[in-house]
Design a protein around this ligand. Structure first.
Ligand code: NDP
Length: 318
C-alpha cells in the first residue's frame, strides 16, 4: 500500500453548492484549497433537471450545467479539484489527517466539510426511471413544474406535511400517502395539512409502483396495507419526503452531531466542535436544504477558515 503525504492549508470535502462556494472564496483568499469531490461530483443537483430558484439564472438552468459553472468558477481561482473520496479522518490533533481513497494521507490546517445529505428513496425501479421526469425528492425545487396538476407525496413527517402544504398552493390536488394510520409530524403541521381542502390524506397506504408512459409519470399504484386493496391514483408528479441521511459516517466519534447524524455547528457560524474544522451545506442543515442556502454557508465556511488561519498566524495579545 503506497503512502504519499501532502500538506494543505485548506481541504474541502464535497462538491455541491456549499463545497464549490467555499472553494471560490478560499481560493480567492489565497488559501490554495484542494477539493475532493466525493463519488458524486457536483452533488445532489447533478440528479435534477431544471433549477429555477437559484438567483442569477433568469431563464433557469439544468442542475448538472449549473454545477459545471460552479466548478469552472472554483477552478478559475486556482482550486485544485480532485476526484476521490475521503475514507477516514483523524481530527484528534493538528494538523488534521485525512485519508483519501484509503491510500493517501493529507494533513490540513483547516478542513471544510460539505459532504451534503442524501435523500432517502423508496427503492422502486420506477422511482429511478422517472427521477427528474415527474419524480422528485424536493417539493420546493420542483413543485412549480406541476402547477395546476395532480401530484402525490409519500411520507408522514414534518417534511412531508410541510411539502404537501407547499404543493397544495400550486397544485390542483395533493395526495398524501401515509403508510401508518397516523402521522409522525408535529400536531401543528398535521392540523395544517388536515385544514387544507385540496390535500387528500390516504392512510395505511404504501406505494407499489410509479406508473408512466415511458417519458413522464401518469399515476401511482398503491396498496392499502389493511384491506390489501390495490388502486391507481392519476398524478403527474410524485414526491418522496421520507427523510434525508446526512453523509457523516466517517466523522462519527470525532465531530458532534445530532441523533440523526447532522453535524452540529456553533449558531451563526460554520464552526464544529473541533478547531479548524468547519461544516457547511446540507450536512449541517436539516431545515432549509436549498442550493442557495448551501452556497451561502459555503461562503461562511471559507471566511471562518480564513479568519481561523489569520488568528493563528497573528494571535492577538491578551
Ligand atoms: P422523519 O424521519 O421525521 O419522517 C420520515 C417519514 O417518512 C415518517 O413519517 C416515516 O413513516 C415515513 N417513511 C419512511 N420510510 C418510508 C417508506 N419506505 N414508505 C413510506 N413512508 C416512509 O423525516 P422528515 O424529513 O420529515 O423530518 C426530519 C427532521 O426534520 C424531523 O426532526 C423533523 O421534525 C424536522 N423538520 C422540521 C420542520 C419544521 O419544523 N418546520 C420541517 C421539516 C423537517 P413512519 O412515521 O411510519 O415511520
Amino acid at each position: 500500500m503506497s503512502q504519499e503525504n501532502e500538506h494543505v492549508q485548506c481541504l474541502i470535502i464535497g462538491s455541491g453548492p456549499a463545497g464549490y462556494t467555499a472553494a471560490i472564496y478560499a481560493a480567492r483568499a489565497d488559501l490554495k484549497p484542494i477539493m475532493y469531490t466525493g463519488m458524486q461530483a457536483g452533488g445532489q443537483l447533478t440528479q435534477t433537471t431544471d433549477v429555477e430558484n437559484f438567483p442569477g439564472y433568469p431563464q433557469g438552468i439544468m442542475g448538472p450545467e449549473m454545477m459545471e459553472d460552479f466548478r469552472k468558477q472554483a477552478e478559475r481561482f486556482g482550486t485544485d479539484i480532485r476526484f476521490g473520496y475521503i475514507s477516514s479522518v483523524d481530527f484528534s490533533s493538528t494538523p488534521h489527517k485525512i485519508v483519501v481513497d484509503e491510500i493517501k494521507t493529507i494533513t490540513a490546517d483547516t478542513v471544510i466539510i460539505a459532504t451534503g445529505a442524501t435523500a432517502k428513496w423508496l427503492g422502486l425501479p420506477s422511482e429511478q426511471q422517472y427521477n427528474g421526469f415527474g419524480v422528485s425528492a424536493c417539493a420546493v425545487c420542483d413543485g412549480f413544474f406541476f402547477k395546476g396538476q395532480d401530484v402525490a407525496i409519500v411520507g408522514a413527517g414534518d417534511t412531508a406535511a410541510e411539502e404537501a402544504t407547499y404543493l397544495a398552493k400550486l397544485c390542483k390536488t395533493v395526495h398524501l400517502l401515509v403508510r401508518r394510520d397516523e402521522f409522525r409530524a408535529s400536531k401543528t403541521m398535521v392540523a395544517r395539512v388536515l385544514a387544507t381542502p385540496n390535500i387528500v390524506v390516504h392512510y395505511n397506504t404504501e406505494t407499489q409502483e410509479i406508473l408512466g408512459n415511458g417519458k413522464n409519470v401518469t399515476a401511482v399504484k398503491v396498496i392499502n396495507n389493511q384491506s390489501n386493496e390495490v388502486s391507481e391514483i392519476a398524478v403527474e408528479g410524485f414526491f418522496v419526503a421520507i427523510g434525508h441521511k446526512p453523509n457523516t459516517d466517517i466523522f462519527k466519534g470525532q465531530l458532534d452531531m445530532d441523533e440523526t447524524g447532522y453535524l452540529n455547528t456553533k449558531p451563526g457560524s460554520t464552526l464544529t466542535n473541533i478547531e479548524g474544522v468547519f461544516a457547511c451545506g446540507d450536512v449541517q442543515d436539516m431545515y432549509y436544504r436549498q442550493a442557495v442556502t448551501a452556497a451561502g454557508s459555503g461562503c461562511m465556511a471559507a471566511l471562518d477558515a480564513e479568519r481561523y488561519l489569520a488568528a493563528k498566524e497573528h494571535p492577538v495579545e491578551a
